[in-house]
Design a protein around this ligand. Structure first.
Ligand SMILES: *[C@@H]1O[C@H](CO)[C@@H](O)[C@H](O)[C@H]1NC(C)=O
Ligand SMILES: *[C@@H]1O[C@H](CO)[C@@H](O)[C@H](O)[C@H]1NC(C)=O
Ligand SMILES: *[C@@H]1O[C@H](CO)[C@@H](O)[C@H](O)[C@H]1NC(C)=O
Ligand SMILES: *[C@@H]1O[C@H](CO)[C@@H](O)[C@H](O)[C@H]1NC(C)=O
Length: 515
């Protein structure tokens, strides 16, 4: 009998509460909303990371579901065999993908996953020797010209159709991937280095006395002799000297010089170091355009120069956690202002970007914190299947690369415990700090103890997350990533299950996890 009045009273109190308490002020709601959406991004990233690893490995032989007939060690660009046909091994894409696999192996060499990876990495190494020594349309091994060949059939034989060749980034990227594999393997096999068995293991990769038989040394010889010759860019369209290519070449020569010294090959070490310095001092500075206020991807090109290759060059052309200041690293002023200029261009270029989920922001000024689907470059007309008069689309790998660049900026500032702000970088920092009560002063170096430091780091992370939210939004229900997403309707298009889309996503997520 007492229960009913109690329930009524309780109901009455709740009713009164619900209607009398004013809604939380907006400043209280925001952190809650942010925490909720961060949670859902976090859990999505966790699921998508596993999917990306599985789907990436599907495209890698031996073992991959999509490459049953490919030579062991092959990394195909996509399982798509027509409309478009990407069922080939590109030296560049394969090296970048394999370097992601080396990272996974190095992180936990004794994991279940790593036991699957070692046979793949070994097969990749063996296959690269075969590709290097092939006679192909770019040339032969004798004068090393054949190393510039960009693309091979999935069975390891040369592709003989007409193509944009040579491309000179491949040997540099392959050298970098194999150097990191050699080091990771050496670290987990501590007695290998001084053993006879070790000599056998290292010889195919680096042997001072038998350059023709060592894959890394052949690539370093190629890079050190051809870095100032023109070739096709990473998108295989323009001939000239390119930022992406020069950046990965410079890094290969720097790391190659250190490796040569460890293998007691002092003449080669000095030669690679000299070429690295020449490249860094004579060629790299030319890619900064004071007039445009950003880097340009190709020298003397009719294009404006903004290009996702600028971000990729910074990401792949500098050591990941070096505390040294390397020219045009992801955290450099030049790269950050180029990122801003590219993101701004792409935001207004693609209708999909001006349909934000939060319509209250639709009319707001550009905000860096608002994620944007980013494509290759403004003048792009490739729509994933052919040339389109309506122009290109955003790409998954470029959108992920924006996020990775921002995360690596945080990682670096935290590692070196400083954030130098120069006037060259101000457009980026102003955009990042939009509407903040704190502003950054050019010429100042902020330390972790300064109140501004934490706010800048938090905003960089949120900006990076905003670009991953864009990737999330356009990923299909099974977590699959193709090459592009449509500029009008946001649906995936172009080659399906693009290996590099998964690799770039994984690199961005892992950079985020390291923070
Ligand atoms: C391999 O590891 C040994 C220590 O186990 C080290 O002395 C050597 O320098 C390493 N070699 C390379 C190329 O990293
Ligand atoms: C390559 O270097 C030489 C000598 O430094 C220079 O004369 C030449 O113009 C360079 N070639 C290119 C394509 O930059
Ligand atoms: C990267 O950073 C970690 C932690 O700061 C350090 O232990 C490691 O030696 C670094 N690796 C390289 C290659 O510098
Ligand atoms: C910044 O402030 C302006 C004016 O108050 C507003 O319209 C805009 O949406 C704000 N931007 C952000 C990112 O909050």
């Amino acid at each position: 009998m007492l229960l009913v009045p109690f329930v009524l009273v309780a109901y009455g109190v709740l009713y009164a509460l619900a209607y009398s308490i004013p809604p939380l002020p907006e400043s209280w709601q925001r952190p809650l909303q942010e925490a909720l959406s961060r949670d859902s991004l976090d859990s999505w990233l966790e699921r998508e990371e596993d999917i990306a690893i599985d789907r990436l490995l599907d495209n890698v032989a031996p073992g991959g579901r999509n490459v049953r007939d490919a030579a062991p060690g092959t990394v195909i660009a996509s399982p798509s065999r027509h409309h478009p046909n990407y069922y080939y091994q590109w030296v560049r894409d394969a090296a970048i993908t394999t370097s992601t696999l080396v990272d996974l192996y190095a992180e936990d060499p004794y994991s279940f996953l790593s036991s699957d990876l070692v046979p793949i990495l070994d097969a990749y190494t063996v296959l690269q020797y075969k590709l290097q020594h092939s006679n192909n349309p770019s040339g032969s091994f004798d004068d090393l010209s054949g190393l510039g060949e960009p693309k091979f059939e999935a069975d390891g034989s040369p592709f003989t159709g007409s193509w944009g060749r040579p491309q000179r980034d491949g040997p540099a990227l392959r050298a970098l991937t194999l150097i990191s594999y050699l080091k990771a393997y050496n670290e987990t096999h501590s007695s290998l280095w001084d053993s006879d068995f070790g000599d056998e293991w290292f010889r195919p990769l680096y042997d001072a006395d038998m350059p023709a038989d060592s894959i890394i040394k052949a690539d370093l010889e190629y890079v050190s002799h051809y870095w100032n010759a023109s070739g096709f860019d990473l998108w295989e369209e323009v001939e000239g000297l390119h930022f992406f290519t020069a950046m990965v070449q410079a890094r290969a020569l720097r790391e190659g010089a250190k490796l040569a010294a460890l293998f007691e090959d002092p003449g080669a070490a000095a030669w690679y170091a000299l070429q690295a310095r020449k490249l860094e001092e004579e060629l790299l500075p030319k890619f900064w355009s004071e007039r445009n206020g950003h880097l340009v991807e190709t020298l003397d090109s009719p294009r404006g120069g903004l290009d996702c290759g600028l971000l990729l060059g910074a990401l792949h052309g500098t050591e990941r956690n070096s505390t040294a200041t390397e020219r045009f690293a992801p955290y450099s002023d030049e790269v950050l202002v180029s990122l801003l200029a590219l993101a701004r261009d792409q935001r207004y270029r693609f209708p999909i970007n001006s349909a934000p989920s939060d319509s209250s922001n639709a009319e707001s000024e550009f905000s860096l914190l608002q994620g944007t689907g980013v494509g290759r470059y403004p003048e792009d007309v490739y729509d994933g299947y052919g040339t389109s008069p309506r122009g290109g689309n955003p790409w998954f790998l470029c959108t992920s690369s924006v996020a990775e660049t921002l995360f690596r900026t945080v990682e670096h500032a935290v590692a070196v415990e400083q954030l130098p702000i120069s006037s060259r970088g101000m457009p980026f920092w102003d955009a990042l700090m939009e509407n903040s009560s704190t502003s950054l002063e050019p010429g100042r170096t902020y330390k972790p103890t300064d109140p501004e430091f934490d706010e800048v780091m938090a905003r960089l992370r949120r900006a990076g997350d905003a670009f991953l939210v864009v990737v999330k939004k356009h990923t299909d229900a099974e977590g699959r990533l193709s090459e592009q997403f449509d500029r009008w309707n946001g649906y995936e298009r172009g080659a399906e299950d693009l290996t590099w889309s998964y690799g770039a996503f994984l690199q961005a997520v892992r950079a985020r996890q390291r923070l």
